[in-house]
Design a binder for this molecule. Structure first.
Ligand code: NI
Length: 295
């Protein structure tokens, strides 16, 4: 694929060069070559990389899916693709086996692959070496399937402590909104919680092994979109922050706006000049035309 593309582009480059040097060129060959090259790019390249989202200035939310991949994961990926919404998958190593194509598809479609242990034990009851084995085996399986080594870990049942954190050796991503989907198996509850509860910087927990969770996602996506949210992966949510190995993260917090300097210099990453310091519903929310965030 890659070799073919560069060959086509190289040919297009030659065609352009020739016509540029021709004495009586009408511009047609060059134009045709450009069109052909654009066409080839469009057909060859997978999903175009979206521009990086700055969650310090954007109303971001991270949807996360645990315990898969499973029989409904493909359908979920279709829904996420249709909505253009990246998500994060905390997978069990034992479920990666046999589902390598789905894991590869996650990466190809812009999702984040992450680690949720090999077999979902309560890690606080395991020896440190057993914890390390759960984590490392799963990282290897995900990397072998997708080419990407996970950078985030979520402990099964959210059960962890300092010793487990040290043995895990990766940032531990918890959640700020729990759908409790595994308990109620209700599409409407999943829709209600996932649409109403997230705040800016929130991390929402679902399980893609449950049909009622996957069935709820199209309405969750449209509901959150109506509230002005941008969907991001967990890594995108924390972009620019150095996450510490073994530490636990429930959601991303925006830094409080610093006091305004006297000589205002526009900065791409600095606060956008709102003195109110509201942690949610920031100026960028308002200027993006998003509807106000209902509690
Ligand atoms: Ni789990």
């Amino acid at each position: 694929m890659r070799g073919g593309l560069s060959a086509v582009l190289a040919l297009a480059g030659v065609a352009l060069g020739v016509s540029a040097c021709g004495q009586q060129t009408t511009g047609r060959p060059a134009q045709a070559a450009r069109q052909q090259a654009a066409l080839d790019r469009a057909t060859v390249s997978p999903t175009p990389a979206p521009p990086p989202v700055d969650c310090m200035r954007t109303k971001c939310v991270a949807l996360t899916f645990d315990d898969g991949p499973g029989e409904y994961t493909g359908e979920l990926l279709d829904d996420l693709r249709d909505a253009g919404a990246p998500a994060t998958f905390f997978m069990l190593g034992q479920n990666v086996e046999g589902n390598e194509a789905v894991v590869r598809r996650m990466v190809e479609e812009g999702h984040e692959v992450a680690n949720h242990s090999w077999s979902h034990p309560q890690l606080t009851g395991l020896s440190s070496s057993a914890v390390r084995s759960q984590v490392q085996r799963t990282n290897k399986a995900i990397e072998a399937a997708s080419g990407v080594r996970p950078a985030m870990f979520r402990p099964p049942y959210g059960a962890t402590d300092r010793r487990v954190g040290r043995a895990v050796g990766m940032p531990q991503i918890m959640w700020s909104v729990d759908s409790l989907d595994w308990q109620h198996h209700s599409v409407s509850k999943n829709v209600r919680v996932g649409t109403r509860e997230p705040r800016t910087g929130g991390i929402v927990l679902y399980h893609d092994i449950h049909e009622a969770s996957v069935d709820a996602i199209p309405r969750v996506l449209s509901g959150l979109e109506r509230r002005g949210f941008t969907f991001v992966t967990v890594s995108q949510l924390f972009r620019g922050q150095k996450l510490k190995s073994g530490h636990q993260y429930l959601e991303a917090e925006r830094p409080k706006p610093k006091p305004k300097p006297k000589t205002a210099t526009p900065s791409p990453s600095g606060p956008s000049g709102d003195p109110s310091g509201a942690p949610d519903g920031t100026p960028s929310d308002a200027s993006s035309g998003a509807s106000p965030d209902m509690p």
